[in-house]
Design a protein around this ligand. Structure first.
Ligand SMILES: Nc1nc2c(c(=O)[nH]1)N[C@H]1C(S)=C(S)[C@@H](COP(=O)(O)O)O[C@H]1N2
Ligand SMILES: [Mo]
Length: 260
């Protein structure tokens, strides 16, 4: 039997509030039952419609499409091959020796292989990718749920964002920046459609699209979806990364929150 939508929504809201309050994810379920969060929820009832809509709006799923909608050719954009010695070496063995490092403000730092990630809770979705440049393509993505990864590493109190570090340098700038990186907040990280995709259209993710692992964040524009992920850190803020705006393109003028 399925739960009424209201129950899921309330649980989601409790989770979002716990996160917004900087509480540890691992403690979420326990904390959600505690008086502290319940009283926070009472206050939440009194929030303006605006704030509630904002939060619930971020829970909403991006539209999903059917197999017949999948684009015959999915455009590749930005870096289409990091082409460093290290990356080429990893690609040669189909990324058998690649590891995803997960660290920063987590209780259990981890190093995971592709096989490890493939064993974790997964999701498949057919979605439309919208690039800020004005083109869209529909693709099918399968990957590890980011929420499952966060439950595993247990984010520490104080962490508010995840930073994604990529294998490619898009443009080496004079100030030494130019390596692709991105950041998202923990609310988006917990969204059910937020996945670390290792398959595209039922095949291993091609190099052009971010092999071996790329983020899918379906409620935001393409530049948020880091390809060639090497490391993920839970962080308190992103002032110390790149030029401090939260992402490669954000440092060059794009919005940090690229909601669609
Ligand atoms: N590491 C990395 N990730 C990246 C980029 C990039 O250049 N490097 N480009 C971004 C942009 S602008 C878009 S539109 C998408 C493109 O993904 P695609 O190549 O699968 O179409 O990846 C995003 N993620
Ligand atoms: Mo893009």
């Amino acid at each position: 039997m399925t739960k009424p939508a209201g129950v899921d929504r309330r649980r989601w809201l409790q989770r979002a509030l716990a996160l917004a309050g900087g509480l540890a994810l691992s403690a979420c379920d326990r904390v959600a039952q505690s008086d502290r969060v319940n009283s926070t929820l009472d206050v939440a009832e009194g929030w303006t419609q605006h704030v509630q809509r904002l939060l619930l709006g971020r829970q909403a799923l991006a539209r999903e499409y059917s197999e017949s909608d999948i684009s015959e050719e999915f455009r590749a954009n930005g870096t289409t091959n990091p082409d460093t010695d290290e990356y080429n070496h990893l690609a040669q063995d189909h990324f058998a020796n690649w590891r995803l490092t997960v660290g920063g403000l987590v209780q259990r730092p981890l190093s995971l292989s592709l096989a490890d990630l493939r064993r974790m809770p997964a999701r498949t979705q057919i979605t439309r990718h919208d690039c800020v440049e004005g083109w869209s393509c529909i693709g099918k993505w399968t990957g590890t749920r980011l929420s499952a990864l966060l439950n595993l590493v247990q984010v520490k109190p104080g962490a508010k964002y995840l930073a994604f570090y990529c294998a490619d340098t898009l443009e080496l700038a004079l100030d030494g920046t130019g390596q692709y990186y991105e950041s998202i907040d923990l609310i988006d990280a917990m969204h059910p459609q937020t996945i670390l995709a290792y398959d595209m259209n039922d095949r291993p993710l091609p190099v052009a699209h971010g092999a071996p692992l790329r983020l899918r964040l379906e409620r935001q524009l393409g530049y948020k979806m880091a390809k060639y992920i090497m490391r993920i850190d839970a962080i308190e803020n992103f002032s110390g990364l790149g030029r401090g705006k939260g992402g490669y393109w954000e440092d060059r003028g794009y919005q940090w929150y690229a909601g669609i």
